[in-house]
Design a protein around this ligand. Structure first.
Ligand code: ADP
Ligand code: GLC
Length: 530
């Protein structure tokens, strides 16, 4: 039991006030899955009766999309020479209240939230996200918005990693409690030590037992060390990050928090990603009638100049083009796969490392009518490809959760994935020795090699081409999987409740309990029991 103040409602129940802090939240800003999660999770949290408010930087696109913006507070001299305005508005989809940290000299820039238009990280990223963290701490402590103070702050990824530490520095034991979620341990927000003082971080913290990390200071380490509870986005990844293979040097920091580290599988926004209603699709469809899916495939083949052939297996790859996603391995092995499976079609939509973008683009001319490569970032196209594909290729060297495989399954597109992180927790493959393949939802490979990826794809294509009945059962099972947020949101709410007070925990406990980082992994995954 903590001193967090819980608001008593007229009927005697208790409301918990939660502030979610992140660098990107869909639909205001998005570069990847972080935005999807921070857009969808709070909607599910609000459904549990929690008073959730959101906070992120006021990028130009976020200000433009905000509904009913109004300037509600000034945080003058948040840090020496930095003044910030807080702009309040509503989320365009859910109507949830959001506060944008408006500081034009830091956030009103072209490019992505993290990089300039040439793909270079902004040099002042420590200051930019340090300001987000300071503003969030002030709001959470009730020093910025009259009448509102947080009971729990949920900070996401390194950009919000200083919030738990700042709350400890700025307040006493009555401070709001903190949850820090690691979406990707490869991105750590490590900066030169001489930038720490500019962020108001005391010198005494720049030691290994503080936030120093290999001669720099680390936002991610700050979040992991100082949050009351640390979570990550799948049970398997929670175990993986405690090992040198997946910890990116931070494994010792995670191990030190292992009793307070849990993995909760991400959900998906099942309303936004619904083939029955998705406005981006040329045809809508459901598991009971896949005619619309065939229409989506034909339209996409036409648009992408692929042979319009309903029976050709269409494999899609919709992802950042990076080493994490094994895009380099795919580039190397794709010609072999196209030769081995002469009817296979391949469509890629993604952007990332320039050499990979060029490598894939240069390959297209060798496979007329069979290959399409679209370099870019486009939400509508991502939805259309998920619907049009038969197979989603999703190899990953590491994958904290991965959302693409869940979107694909919901759209009846069978995933081929590596057995890591959230992929292992969300896809089920009894293996090639189980001829009946009962309960199978995809094809999994173990090694991060082209051979392993290639043979899983071959198993998948062979099933598609020679076992139509089994393929249709597989697809049906995929479409029936429930990847909605309800269960995982309840697990988060349960954590908020534990941190903020008993009454809240008893309210949400019955709706779901978090999975321990040390519990066996994919047996507990979303598909357990299929
Ligand atoms: P990550 O966050 O590591 O990139 P996830 O699978 O968690 O991986 O989330 C990726 C999100 O980004 C999904 O919503 C996916 O549809 C989207 N996405 C990835 N690449 C593109 C692209 N080129 N255009 C549009 N959306 C994309
Ligand atoms: C990160 C991870 C991805 C995860 C997403 C949302 O971008 O790379 O696996 O799905 O965050 O949690």
């Amino acid at each position: 039991m903590t001193n967090a103040t819980l608001r008593q409602c007229d009927d005697g129940s208790v409301t918990l006030r939660q502030l979610l802090v992140a660098s990107e939240i869909y639909p205001l800003a998005k570069t990847g899955g972080l935005a999807d999660v921070c857009g969808a999770l709070p909607k599910a949290i609000a459904r549990l009766g929690i008073d959730v408010r959101l906070m992120m930087p006021a990028y130009p696109e976020a200000l433009a999309r905000l509904v009913a913006p109004r300037h509600i507070a000034d945080l003058a001299c948040l840090l020496p020479g930095v003044s910030v305005r807080v702009v309040e508005g509503s989320m365009p989809d859910s109507g949830l209240r959001i506060w944008l940290v408006d500081c034009p000299e830091l956030f009103d820039r072209p490019g992505t939230p993290y990089q300039d238009p040439n793909g270079c990280e902004w040099e002042d990223n420590a200051l930019r996200f340090g300001v987000l963290c300071h503003a969030a701490a002030w709001v959470a402590l009730g020093r910025a918005i009259p009448g509102w103070r947080a009971d729990v702050v949920h900070a996401h990824d390194w950009h919000a990693g200083l919030v738990p530490l700042l709350l400890q520095l700025l307040s006493d034991h009555s401070r709001p409690r903190t949850v820090f979620t690691v979406h990707n341990a490869a991105f750590q927000g490590n900066f030169p030590l001489d930038q720490a003082s500019q962020l108001g971080l005391p010198k005494e913290l720049l030691i290994p037992d503080g936030i120093e990390f290999y001669g720099r200071f680390s936002f991610l380490k700050a979040g992991v060390r100082y949050a009351d509870k640390v979570t990550t986005v799948s049970p398997t990844y929670a175990k993986e990050i405690c090992t040198p293979e997946f910890g990116f040097g931070m494994e010792g920091v995670f191990q030190a928090r292992c009793t307070n580290l849990v993995g909760i599988l991400n959900g998906i926004d099942a309303e936004r990603w619904d083939p029955g209603t998705d406005p981006y699709l040329s045809h809508n469809y459901s598991g009971n009638d896949l005619t619309g899916k065939q229409g989506c495939k034909a339209d996409t083949q036409k648009r992408l100049r692929l042979n319009v052939d309903a029976s050709a297996p269409l494999a899609v790859f919709i992802s950042r083009l990076t080493q994490q996603k094994m895009a380099d391995v795919l580039l190397d092995r794709l010609p072999g796969m196209m030769t081995r499976h002469p009817r296979l079609q391949f469509a890629l939509h993604g952007r990332g490392e320039p050499a990979l973008e060029a490598g894939f683009s240069n390959m297209v001319a060798r496979y007329p009518g069979r290959m399409s490569v679209q370099v870019g970032y486009d939400e509508a196209r991502a939805h259309c490809l998920h619907a049009a594909g038969d197979i989603l290729l999703h190899g990953s060297r590491f994958e904290p959760c991965g959302l693409a495989q869940m979107y694909a399954m919901r759209y009846g597109t069978v995933p081929v994935v590596r057995r890591v992180g959230g992929l292992a927790d969300s896809v089920r493959d009894p293996g090639m020795h189980d001829r009946l393949g009962r309960g199978q939802t995809g094809f999994i490979f173990d090694d991060a090699t082209g051979d392993a990826m290639g043979s899983a794809l071959s198993r998948c294509v062979a099933t598609y081409e020679t076992q139509p009945r089994r393929w249709s059962e597989l697809r049906k099972l995929d479409m029936a999987c429930d990847f909605g947020w309800a269960r995982s949101a309840a697990a988060y709410a349960c954590i908020y409740g534990e941190l903020a007070g008993k009454q809240i925990s008893s309210l949400v406990a019955e709706r779901g309990a978090p999975q321990s980082a040390n519990a066996p992994s994919h047996k507990q995954g979303r598909n357990a029991g299929l």
